[in-house]
Design a protein around this ligand. Structure first.
Ligand SMILES: Cc1cc2nc3c(=O)[nH]c(=O)nc-3n(C[C@H](O)[C@H](O)[C@H](O)COP(=O)(O)OP(=O)(O)OC[C@H]3O[C@@H](n4cnc5c(N)ncnc54)[C@H](O)[C@@H]3O)c2cc1C
Length: 460
């Protein structure tokens, strides 16, 4: 436990009302969107980079852990204070400092909710593309720390592709600027990218300069129901090879479709084995033509029905259904482990077929959905923790899946990060030399290992 004397020092830095120590308050910040939890000793809501700097200096002097936290929607345990210490909640740093329509940049604090930022940017006629399903409740700081993706990554890329510059408080308390406000810049090492996906282990991000793009003039959304997942997979391959450049190309398998069927603005045939949701951005005539050709590819694979959203509201309904797939899986089983593996596009059918085998062998339901357009598949292991056989099969199932993904030359995580949940498997992907170099980097930033300890690297 952090001694009372240090709690008083934290209160002197951030203000007494910004430091929580009651058990029920600390409990609220003990977990994220995984099933993991650990009580922090204190929860602090800093109001500026200068306060964060003083807190980190204190943490170094007294060697207590500091765990940055945005909205706690992370899916790999990154914000769980596994070694106790202080949870540093960034939600008071929530100002949109600038949206500049000439420079095409936005400057924001990390606690801004992504949906609020996207809306503010669109009001000015511009567009900030990354759109994770959690957009309405995650923070932009969390997005940078995890390098969040989402459905439109197929066309627009992920958070990494939009971060130009950062202000970061290093674990030792120094405040540094990395990157630029310009579209290009190659001065020195690319420290900005190093912080992208660093999961709160290298510093606290306190200001972010983002690149914006023009708002798409038109967007069409299509939905196509297929008899089998294989037929949907064939349609995906045809669409991707066609040069029609979809903005989003998402799939739902039979189980995930079943969970959101009632939310869809049309009736899906009872025997449907998969649904594709597709978006196309561009100029109206071009969008019309590309959408028509994509619909034909789906029909050639016997998709019925193939629908185009008639209004933006109908399109919105379709994407809303897609965004609640993950929580709706709790209708099937009370617990789930969500993996977000990525495989080369050509390996998606083999991945899906092999997952079905693992599911049968381990006796667990493993529904899949996600970003078919970039090979980032959300693989969900469903279980009931009250059933010993299911509970005990989960660990081996995760390992089977990761071994499979590596055999297919894929990667363990496309957007959720390593955090706590995947740390034991780091060696499946990175060589001992690469892990050792990353550890040396971590030590250069954080010599006393106070920033989010226990994350990313396997316990030794
Ligand atoms: C229903 C649901 C759907 C989701 N869909 C997607 C999706 O489509 N795509 C996707 O990519 N993710 C998705 N996620 C995962 C999650 O929303 C993202 O990882 C998001 O970026 C986390 O943001 P957060 O503010 O909740 O971060 P938190 O969970 O609070 O923190 C995540 C990590 O970032 C670190 N961190 C947070 N803020 C800072 C900061 N200012 N400085 C340094 N480190 C910091 C934390 O220490 C932690 O390691 C989903 C989650 C849920 C629950």
């Amino acid at each position: 436990m952090i001694p009372e004397k240090l709690i008083q020092e934290l209160k002197a830095i951030a203000g007494p009302e910004q430091v929580l120590t009651a058990a029920e308050d600390r409990w609220t910040y003990a977990f994220d969107a995984t099933d993991l939890d650990h009580m922090p000793d204190a929860v602090v809501f800093p109001g500026s980079a200068a306060e964060i700097s003083r807190i980190l200096v204190l943490a170094n002097a007294h060697r207590f852990p500091v765990v940055p936290r945005g909205a706690g929607t992370g899916r790999s345990g990154g914000a769980v204070p596994i070694q106790g210490g202080v949870v540093l909640v960034l939600t008071r740093l929530n100002r949109i400092l600038e949206i500049n329509t000439k420079d095409l940049v936005a400057v924001v604090e990390p606690g801004v909710i992504l949906g609020r930022l996207k809306a503010a940017v669109e009001e000015k006629g511009l567009y900030y593309p990354p759109d994770p399903a959690s957009a309405e409740f995650c923070t932009i700081g969390g997005n940078v720390a995890e390098c969040a993706g989402g459905a439109v990554a197929v066309q627009y890329g992920v958070t990494r592709d939009y971060v130009l510059g950062l202000e970061v408080v290093l674990p030792t308390g120094e405040i540094i600027e990395a990157g630029t406000r310009t579209m290009k810049g190659v001065v020195g090492y690319d420290l900005t990218r190093l912080f992208l996906g660093s999961e709160g282990t290298l510093g606290v991000i306190t200001r972010i300069t983002l690149r914006l793009v023009a708002k798409p003039v038109a967007r069409q959304t299509l939905a196509a129901a297929f008899k089998t997942l294989q037929a949907a997979g064939e349609a995906v391959s045809l669409i991707l090879a066609s040069g029609l450049a979809p903005t989003a190309l998402e799939f739902l398998d039979q189980v995930t479709l079943g969970c959101v069927r009632e939310m869809l603005p049309f009736k899906v045939p009872a025997g449907a084995g998969a649904l594709l949701l597709i978006a196309v951005d561009g100029h109206p005539r071009d969008v019309e033509e590309r959408a028509a050709r994509i619909a034909r590819f789906c029909e050639e694979q016997c998709a019925r029905p193939v629908l185009r959203a008639k209004t933006p509201a109908e399109a919105e309904e379709l994407w809303k259904a897609r965004k609640v797939v993950s929580p709706s899986l709790k209708k099937v089983k009370p617990q789930k482990v969500s993996e977000d593996v990525v495989v080369p596009l050509g390996a998606i059918p083999e991945l899906i077929a092999a997952l079905a085998k693992i599911s049968r062998r381990r006796g667990l339901i493993i529904p899949c959905y996600g970003h078919a357009g970039d090979g980032n598949i959300h693989v969900n292991i469903l279980y009931d923790r009250n059933l010993a056989a299911e509970r005990e099969a989960v660990g081996a199932t995760v390992e089977d899946i990761f071994v499979l993904v590596r055999r297919l030359q894929g990667t363990l995580s496309g957007e959720h990060g390593i955090g706590l949940t995947k740390a034991p498997y780091l060696g499946l992907e990175l060589s001992p030399g690469a892990i050792a170099l990353q550890k040396r980097l971590k030590a250069a930033f954080d010599p006393n290992n106070i920033m989010n300890p226990g994350k990313v690297f396997p316990a030794t």
